[in-house]
Design a binder for this molecule. Structure first.
Ligand SMILES: *Cc1c(COP(=O)(O)O)cnc(C)c1O
Length: 355
């Protein structure tokens, strides 16, 4: 069976929207898309509709991730492929997705928007929030269409051996997609599964330029998958998902020079993460710092509301994790610059507390 046997049959039969940009061939005088012939400001070719999936961006991302461009769908952040995969594979009112909370919130939101059920296999704090492949596999039923594995996981920070996830994908073949969200993989020492996406054909890997590449404001994320899955996402995507200025910014961020800088910044984040991880246990109210392979630390406090307020009083905003299962006493602190991290340590200094 092809992986498309898991997709919504009505989408395979549907005629996709065909944009002017897709239908156009060559030519110098563009009078096919009701665009303005004038560019109002000096910023790229913004009077023209952008390429729906720009070949030069697909080539640059393919090179960065080590995969053929035919295996890439580029969207407005990886949030968009999460949404499109849910729409493509989950029939409303019938199918379900399987998530392992505490994890990234968009998987459940996208499922709920589509009318798909959200089923959970909670990560256990007493097991270090390890992704339990056997429990996940056991929970998959005839209506499960997508299983999510986030590695490193947001918000806990721990990661999963890619070989274990590859094995799970093989066991799930013909039954469900395994979507491995690698939004933070650059900060970990683990290998990416990007080069294995599509082999087996139900394995999908998500990457983004929002975190390690520093382009959260640009909104460029990538699904790496079997070409038939990519073809389905392109059938149902918005006509012109990627704004021209975002395409330009992503191309610049993927240049050789920019990638050298990104590499240096990743090394700096890792070393700052370990510095904070070592220093935080001596700070006011800190009970435990969870090990992290990402660019944030989940930290357990005696009184998280009070510590949140204490940090806020110093102008430092962190994320409350208290609503997540197993993290009722935790805050999530992103790794900042050395000065910003020092400000966190100063705000939680026990000597200040005594004074
Ligand atoms: C930040 C994040 C993303 C999405 O980021 P985009 O900006 O939409 O690319 C995806 N998954 C996880 C786990 C994240 O934390």
């Amino acid at each position: 069976m092809s992986v498309l046997g898991l997709a919504r049959p009505e989408l395979l039969a549907m005629a996709p929207y065909s944009s002017a940009r897709m239908e156009a061939g060559g030519g110098d005088i563009w009078l096919n898309a009701n665009e303005s012939p004038w560019n109002p400001i000096a910023l790229g070719r913004i009077n023209r509709y952008p390429e729906p999936q720009p070949p030069q961006l697909l080539a640059a991302l393919g090179e960065a991730y080590g995969v053929d461009p035919s295996r890439l769908f580029v969207g407005r952040g990886s949030d968009e492929p999460i949404d499109l995969l849910t729409r493509a594979f989950c029939r409303a009112g019938q199918d379900s997705v399987l998530i392992a909370p505490p994890t990234f919130g968009m998987y459940a939101v996208a499922a709920q928007v589509q009318g798909a059920k959200v089923r959970t296999v909670p990560l256990r704090a007493e097991h270090g929030f390890a992704f339990d492949v056997d429990a996940v596999f056991a929970a998959v039923d005839a209506n499960t269409r997508i299983v999510y594995a986030c590695t490193p996981n947001n918000p806990t920070g721990n990661s999963t051996d890619p070989a274990v996830l590859l094995d799970l994908a093989e066991r799930l073949r013909d039954r469900a997609l395994l979507v491995v969200d690698e939004a933070y993989i650059e900060f970990s020492m683990r290998d990416s599964l990007a080069i294995r996406a599509g082999t087996p054909d139900n394995l999908v890997v998500l990457r983004t330029l929002s975190k390690a590449h520093g382009l959260a404001g640009v909104r460029i994320g990538t699904a790496i998958a079997a070409p038939e899955v990519i073809g389905l996402l392109r059938r149902i995507m918005a006509p012109y998902p990627l704004p021209e200025p975002s395409i330009d910014a992503a191309m610049k961020a993927l240049s050789w020079e920019a990638r050298q800088l990104t590499r240096a910044r990743i090394a700096q984040v890792r070393s700052e993460r370990e510095r904070l991880r070592a220093a935080l246990p001596g700070c006011a109210g800190v009970r435990e710092v969870l090990p992290s392979d990402a660019n944030f630390l989940a930290v357990r406090f005696d009184d998280p509301e009070r510590r949140y307020a204490q940090l806020a009083a110093a102008g430092i905003i962190v994320r409350k994790l208290m609503k997540y299962p197993g993290l009722a006493d935790a805050l999530r602190i992103s790794i900042g610059t050395t000065d910003e991290n020092n400000a966190v340590l100063a705000a939680l200094d026990t000597r200040r507390e005594a004074a």
